[in-house]
Write a protein that binds this ligand. Structure first.
Ligand code: H79
Length: 499
């Protein structure tokens, strides 16, 4: 597909960002001409089955990155890997002057000491439940290839560690028992599998090897579905290498098979590409899979960017680092307020916000994560109505915070309280419904709602003011719940001056 971009700075920036990271960092650029696609999406753009409806209503989820990288925790023998590895779960790639001698070999033998004495899946699940997570995503196997379940298809798995027991099973069972839906993270690429290669296989030998790898991947996925039938979906990663990209016929058929074996299964856009190598969205801009899976440590700014797709945003507390990071000093770690802001930003644009946790080698969360989880729990206990099952609100944006809605209820989560204690909501004059009453979720207090037409010429909006009591204080964002109804009198609809 040829793309014609005017040589403007903005155009150049969009083009550059797309080339480096795919199509998800900004508004999507739609292909201008139609391309024949045989290996396109296997599911409707907007699935309406119960599993997908559940996904759409989660609001908040938890990601857990756990594996051998939890043992070093981004450092080794007191030396930080921060400048030598891309992220804590990437510590196996540590190289350069600070890297320990024979590091890869040391890493590949860490499984011999994986024995998390404090691991209690029920405790994790309870914490997630309190925090308000409705679903969770768990790393069954990251790029290092180490499987946390006793897979029949590789000996590099948990049964060979001193811990021995099936961690995936413990997690799936514990979270399911808490009523939290489980999704399995699965990295396709493996750093140390001799059958894997990153480039397109060309020679007969390479083709044979990679076919073996593809079969292995399929076996593991079918094994996961068989072992853990309660799971709701897969969260795929490590699918960007040319070897996988060129295997579009295999991946298309594999997706078909996974869906046949497990009706309702949810798979995001990162799993595969079409025959022209277009990932996430096919050559005609149609989403591949059930939801946009490109919002990793970034959020869309505008509702329009999402184009009506389902989506999730996965987010770390440190700037980058999904696995355990022992040392949080000297880096900015997101505060609970930052996370609440991102959560409401996400749900106000119809997404699910998934917060990552990286437990340590003993199975304990980082104390910083425990703190965030407890603070989120406290906030969600009071305000979760504004998060679950809500939809984007088609009203002008407000600088006060984020709008969400459910049925007749409009929620304003206030992050920026105004000095005059007025929460002013702009309502298009042609709107049939306006806020008629308001209440503070924090204490149930009923708030005064006043119509305020500030009388700007050519303004298409009219305004409703909710008065925040000056004596009400809140350390965090708070939610004003409004009920929408017909305006109390027609006189409130002021006419535009005719000029
Ligand atoms: O598991 C966490 C990360 O370890 C994993 N995804 C989250 C959920 C992750 N792996 N890689 N990345 C995130 C970013 C990868 C970036 C790159 Fe590339 C891979 C840079 C070069 C190869 C993909 C292909 C992006 C640019 C080219």
């Amino acid at each position: 597909m040829k793309r014609i971009v005017k040589p403007t700075l903005l155009g150049l920036a969009i083009l550059l960002s797309q080339q480096s990271y795919g199509q998800w960092t900004g508004p999507k650029v739609k292909p201008t001409n139609h391309t024949e696609v045989k290996y396109g999406t296997l599911t409707p753009k907007h699935r309406t089955d119960p599993a997908m409806e559940a996904f759409r209503n989660y609001g908040l989820g938890q990601f857990i990155h756990w594996g051998l990288y939890a043992i070093p925790g981004n450092e080794w023998e007191g030396v930080s890997a921060r400048k030598g590895a891309a992220a804590s779960e990437w510590i196996r790639t540590w190289s350069g002057p600070t890297a320990p001698k024979n590091w890869k070999e040391t890493y590949d033998n860490l499984y011999k000491q994986f024995n998390p004495k404090d691991f209690d899946a029920h405790k994790w699940a309870k914490q997630a439940k309190d925090m308000g997570a409705k679903y969770m995503i768990f790393t069954t196997k990251h790029h290092d290839g180490f499987a946390l379940w006793p897979t029949k298809y590789s000996s590099y798995n948990i049964s060979k560690s001193p811990y021995k027991k099936d961690i995936v099973k413990e997690v799936v069972d514990a979270y399911t028992a808490e009523g939290i839906d489980v999704y399995l993270y699965f990295s396709i690429l493996e750093w140390n599998n001799p059958d894997y290669l990153s480039k397109e296989p060309k020679t007969e030998e390479e083709k044979k090897r990679f076919n073996k790898f593809l079969q292995y991947t399929k076996n593991q996925l079918l094994e996961l579905l068989k072992n853990y039938p309660q799971i709701k979906g897969f969260w795929f990663d490590g699918t960007w290498d040319q070897s996988w990209v060129k295997a579009y016929d295999f991946t298309y058929n594999l997706e078909k098979e996974l869906r046949e074996k497990h009706p309702g299964l949810i798979i995001g856009s990162r799993f595969r590409n079409d025959e022209h190598g277009k990932r996430h969205f096919d050559s005609n801009g149609e989403i591949l899979g059930d939801y946009e899976q490109g919002w990793e440590r970034k959020l869309p700014q505008e509702y329009e960017w999402i184009e009506g797709n389902d989506w999730d945003a996965v987010m770390t507390i440190p700037p980058n680092g999904w696995g355990y990071m022992k040392d949080w000093s000297g880096i900015y770690t997101k505060s609970t307020d930052d996370i609440l802001d991102m959560l409401m930003h996400t749900v106000s644009l119809n997404g699910n916000f998934v917060l990552n946790f990286g437990p340590d080698g003993n199975g304990l969360m980082h104390p910083g994560e425990d703190k965030v989880a407890a603070e989120l729990a406290e906030w969600m206990k009071i305000n979760s109505e504004a998060v679950y099952g809500v939809r984007h609100v088609d009203l002008p944006k407000t600088k006060l915070g984020y709008l969400t809605q459910k049925d007749k209820n409009l929620y304003l989560t206030v992050f920026n309280r105004s000095v005059n204690n007025i929460a002013r909501i702009a309502i298009p004059k042609k709107s049939k419904e306006v806020p008629v009453s308001a209440v503070l979720l924090a204490n149930g207090q009923k708030l005064e709602v006043k119509h305020a037409d500030i009388g700007l010429d050519l303004d298409k909006n009219t305004y409703y003011d909710v008065i925040i009591p000056s004596e009400f204080t809140s350390k965090r964002a708070f939610v004003i719940k409004m009920e929408m109804g017909v305006a109390s009198s027609e006189a409130e609809k002021l006419m535009d001056a005719k000029m």
